[in-house]
Design a protein around this ligand. Structure first.
Ligand code: GDP
Ligand code: MG
Length: 177
C-alpha cells in the first residue's frame, strides 16, 4: 500500500526449521536483535520477529517465525508454514544426525507450501570447527542437489548470519517483483 511517498511496502513471512538445538532461535535473535543466549531455553511467547530492509528503494519487512520447540515432538503445525514465502533449513555442523534430517524437513516444507518458497540450507555453529562432523562440501552438494542456497553460519560469532537471512529475503523479492 501507499504511505505517501509513493513507496511500495512488502511483508514476507519466513520460517526457520530444523532439528532441536541446531541454533534456530539464536540465529533469529542474532539477526533481529544482535543477541545470543548460551543457555537454551524454551522460546516463550514470541512467535516471530520482524526485521526491515530496503531493496531497490522498496521497504521490505521480513516476519521471521521461530518454532516454540515443537520440533522436538515432530509436531510443527501447518499454521507455522501457512503463507511462508521463504525458509531457512538449519542443521548443526557438529551433529550429523541433524544433517541427515534435512531431507525430512524439506519434505515437510514441500507438503505445507502451495507457492514458491525461497530456501537456504544453513550449516550453523561453524565456530566449532574442531568438532565439525559435516564437511562444507557435503553441505554444498546437498544444497546443489536440492536447488537451495547454502551458507555456513555462526550465531555465536555472527559469521554470515545477516548474509544468510538477506539471501532468502532478496530471493523472495525477486520471486514476487
Ligand atoms: P534451537 O533449538 O534450534 O532453537 O537452538 P537454540 O538457538 O536454542 O540453540 C541450541 C544451543 O546451541 C544453545 O545452547 C545455543 O547457545 C547453542 N548455539 C546456537 N547457535 C550456536 C552457534 O552458532 N555456535 C555455538 N557454538 N553454539 C550455538
Ligand atoms: Mg528454539
Amino acid at each position: 500500500d501507499d504511505e505517501g511517498g509513493g513507496g511500495e511496502e512488502y511483508l514476507f513471512k519466513v520460517v526457520i526449521i530444523g532439528d532441536s538445538a541446531v541454533g534456530k532461535s539464536n540465529l533469529l535473535s542474532r539477526y533481529a536483535r544482535n543477541e545470543f543466549n548460551s543457555h537454551s531455553k524454551a522460546t516463550i511467547g514470541v512467535e516471530f520477529q520482524t526485521q526491515s530492509l530496503e531493496i531497490e528503494g522498496k521497504q521490505v519487512k521480513a516476519q521471521i517465525w521461530d518454532t516454540a520447540g515443537q520440533e522436538r515432538f515432530r509436531a510443527v503445525t501447518s499454521a507455522y508454514y501457512r503463507g511462508a514465502v521463504g525458509a531457512l533449513i538449519v542443521y548443526d555442523i557438529t551433529r550429523r544426525t541433524t544433517f541427515d534430517s534435512i531431507a525430512r524437513w524439506l519434505d515437510e516444507l514441500n507438503t505445507h507450501s502451495d507457492t514458491t518458497v525461497a530456501r537456504i540450507l544453513v550449516g550453523n555453529k561453524c565456530d566449532l570447527e574442531n568438532i565439525r562432523a559435516v564437511s562444507v562440501e557435503e553441505g554444498k552438494s546437498l544444497a546443489e542437489a536440492e536447488g537451495l542456497f547454502f551458507m555456513e553460519t555462526s550465531a555465536l560469532d555472527s559469521t554470515n548470519v545477516i548474509t544468510a537471512f538477506e539471501m532468502v529475503i532478496r530471493e523472495i523479492y525477486n520471486n514476487v517483483s
